[in-house]
Each structure stands twice: as structure tokens, then as C-alpha cells.
Write a protein that binds this ligand. Structure first.
Ligand code: SF4
Length: 362
């Protein structure tokens, strides 16, 4: 049985991410949150570049490898326009998607952002966080995803903050996630903020007055796949962080994703469930959900990922795969029915045995 420290606080071995440079659009300075990010960056010794206007002039090198590296180490402070502040439903996770930022500094060979964000992979954080949050009450009670689900309606109107970014990965430099959690804590309504993360530095979140209106999920995979998750925290650190959040009274969850049916998967995921159960042992009033997301990709995301991570050992071949048409008319490669069934049976039984009180959402 794996052992995990029962100490309530968590630390991480890897230093929090710091961009190589911070680009700030002219309008980014108009907002207190934008100016706060600049102050944090300066205090951390990050080069701050004030742009003359609101267009992001990146000046990336022609060489694709260097352009990728430079983009990934750049953070831009921009203003979310009204069109980006109009929320979209985000099935099956939440009623609404709320973006605090777009992009992520980590280097996962299967990153789902490759299929959803266009252009160079720089991270943009929104300076007008207050405007974004102040727009949320208009959506209260309007949800059609979790609010309409008999099993999940008790969560209230749900807002997912990890669709286009990993908000915890940016927290040390932006403070956006802490601000959003505190805002939901003050919002006396049947509503919940949700985020999932492959990072672990939850120290700034532990003392916030969250009022249980934020659910953190740790996105985890067996250590045999750690080589596909460059720049993230180790899985043991993510689980220790999740334990610390649960002890601080937050509802929590496991996002097991992306589930990869490679040789030895049963043993590897079996060990992962044992580790997760050990991390959550003896947490009083544990409120834990589980999301199971199998590995999938589109032709477009595969092309982007092949260019970002040439030579990656991640299997994106045709074996055990079928094409599934999405409701948006696009096609994605998913595991075939026998593989999906065997994964489902394994996880349902494994989670019931390891963490009996956990609820599988999907
Ligand atoms: Fe993408 Fe998540 Fe990895 Fe960031 S941590 S690169 S968002 S998969």
C-alpha cells in the first residue's frame, strides 16, 4: 500500500512557473488586476514589456522549435472582450465555462488545448477579472448541464475554469484563481466554481474563505505516463495537494485523464487508485467526485501535437481506435467499444473498492 504524508499542508519540489517575459497590452494596465499581475511579475524578477497598443506583437523566431519554446515561456496580460465574456455551456463538466486565462505553460504530449486554441501557444491572462466575475450572476439558475442532472443539481449552477487553461499553474504570477475562489465564497448563491489541475502549489488557496463553493480536482495519471506531462507537478504532489485542499474543507475530485490503454494499463491504474485512496484516507466529510476521460484526438489536434512534440512516444495510431463524429460535425479518434467497456468495468469496480464514497460523474 502506498503511503502518503498526513500532514495538512503541501509543498512542491518544483518551483512555481515564472514566465520569461510578461507582455502587457495597453488596456491591461486599465484594470487593477492587470496592474497587480505586473507588480507580482516585477517582484519575481520577470521582464515586463509594456505594449503600445492592444495587439500582441509576439515577434517569434521562424524556427518552429524556438518559436514554441518562446511562446510557452511568455505570459500576456490582455482584456477579455464582451464576446469572450458571454459564457458557453461545457458538457459534461459544468453548466458554464468561465475563462480566467487561455493557454498553459506545461508541455503535455496529449494536451487538449492543441485542438481548441489556435496560433502560437502563449498564455493570455485576463486583466478584467472583476468584469468576468461580475457577469456570472446573470447565469445563475440558467444551467442546462449539471443543473438539469438529477444526480448533480445539488451542486448549484456550475462554472468550469479549466477548459482553456490550468488556472493553478498560473496562480503564483496571476493570483486570478485565489480571487475567483474568494469571489465565489462571498457569492451567497447556489453556485460552484470548478477547476482541475496538474499542478500542486495550493498553499495560497488553503486559507481562503471558500464556503465550499469551489471544487478542486487533481488531474492524475500513472507515473508511467509522467514523460508525457512535461512541466507539471509530480502525481504524488498533486495528490498531496488534493488532500490538503480536502482538509481545508474544499469539495474535491479526481480527474483521471487522459486514460491511456497502453500495455500494462490495468496494473498502472490500479496502483494509481491505491495511491489516491491513501491520499484521501481519513479526510473528515470527504466530498469526492471522479471524472474518467479516455484519450482522444482529432486529425487537427494530432497535427499540432506532432509539430510541438515530434518523436513523442504517445500512441496516436489506429490500433483499438474508431472514429466518432461529434455534435459539432468534427471527427475524433476514440478507443473502440471493447476497449471502452473494459476500461469502464475496471474503473467502476476499482473506484468502488478504493474510494467507496466517491461519486463517478462520467
Ligand atoms: Fe495542457 Fe493541462 Fe498539460 Fe497544461 S497541464 S499542457 S492544459 S494537458
Amino acid at each position: 500500500m502506498a503511503t502518503i504524508s498526513t500532514a495538512p499542508a503541501t509543498t512542491r519540489s518544483q518551483a512555481a512557473w515564472r514566465p520569461r517575459r510578461l507582455l502587457v497590452t495597453r488596456s491591461g494596465f486599465d484594470f487593477a488586476h492587470g496592474r497587480g499581475i505586473v507588480a507580482r511579475a516585477e517582484a519575481q524578477g520577470v521582464e515586463v514589456v509594456a505594449l503600445a497598443g492592444d495587439r500582441l506583437a509576439l515577434g517569434l523566431p521562424d524556427d518552429p522549435r524556438r518559436a514554441y519554446a518562446e511562446a510557452k515561456s511568455t505570459l500576456a496580460v490582455v482584456v477579455a472582450p464582451p464576446s469572450k465574456r458571454r459564457l458557453q455551456p461545457i458538457a459534461p463538466s459544468a453548466d458554464w465555462r468561465v475563462d480566467l486565462a487561455e493557454g498553459c505553460p506545461a508541455h503535455c504530449s496529449y494536451c487538449y488545448l492543441a485542438g481548441s486554441l489556435k496560433g502560437p501557444p502563449i498564455t493570455r491572462v485576463y486583466a478584467n477579472l472583476d468584469e468576468i466575475l461580475d457577469g456570472l450572476p446573470a447565469y445563475l439558475g440558467q444551467g442546462s448541464i449539471t443543473s438539469r442532472s438529477e444526480a448533480r443539481a445539488h451542486e448549484g449552477t456550475t462554472f468550469e475554469a479549466s477548459c482553456y487553461t490550468d488556472p493553478l499553474g498560473l496562480e503564483a504570477i496571476t493570483g486570478s484563481l485565489s480571487a475567483a475562489i474568494a469571489w465565489f465564497g462571498r457569492w451567497e448563491a447556489a453556485a460552484q466554481l470548478r477547476f482541475t489541475t496538474k499542478f500542486a502549489d495550493v498553499g495560497p488557496l488553503l486559507g481562503l474563505d471558500h464556503q465550499k463553493r469551489t471544487r478542486m480536482r487533481a488531474s492524475i495519471n500513472p507515473t508511467m505516463f509522467a514523460r508525457f506531462e512535461g512541466g507539471t507537478a509530480q502525481v504524488a504532489e498533486r495528490l498531496a495537494a488534493l488532500r490538503a485542499m480536502a482538509l481545508a474543507g474544499y469539495p474535491i475530485g479526481l480527474t483521471i485523464a487522459p486514460i491511456i490503454a497502453a500495455q500494462g494499463w490495468k496494473e498502472a491504474y490500479g496502483r494509481l487508485l491505491v495511491d489516491a485512496a491513501a491520499a484521501l484516507a481519513d479526510v473528515p466529510d470527504l466530498d469526492c467526485t471522479v471524472e474518467l476521460i479516455t484519450h482522444r484526438f482529432t486529425a487537427g489536434s494530432k497535427a499540432v501535437l506532432d509539430s510541438w512534440y515530434p518523436g513523442s512516444a504517445l500512441d496516436m495510431g489506429p490500433a483499438n481506435r474508431v472514429i466518432k463524429r461529434t455534435k459539432f460535425g468534427t471527427e475524433k479518434q476514440v478507443y473502440d467499444a471493447p476497449t471502452m467497456r473494459s476500461l469502464r468495468d475496471f474503473f467502476e469496480a476499482g473506484i468502488a473498492a478504493a474510494i467507496p464514497s466517491a461519486r463517478i460523474l462520467y
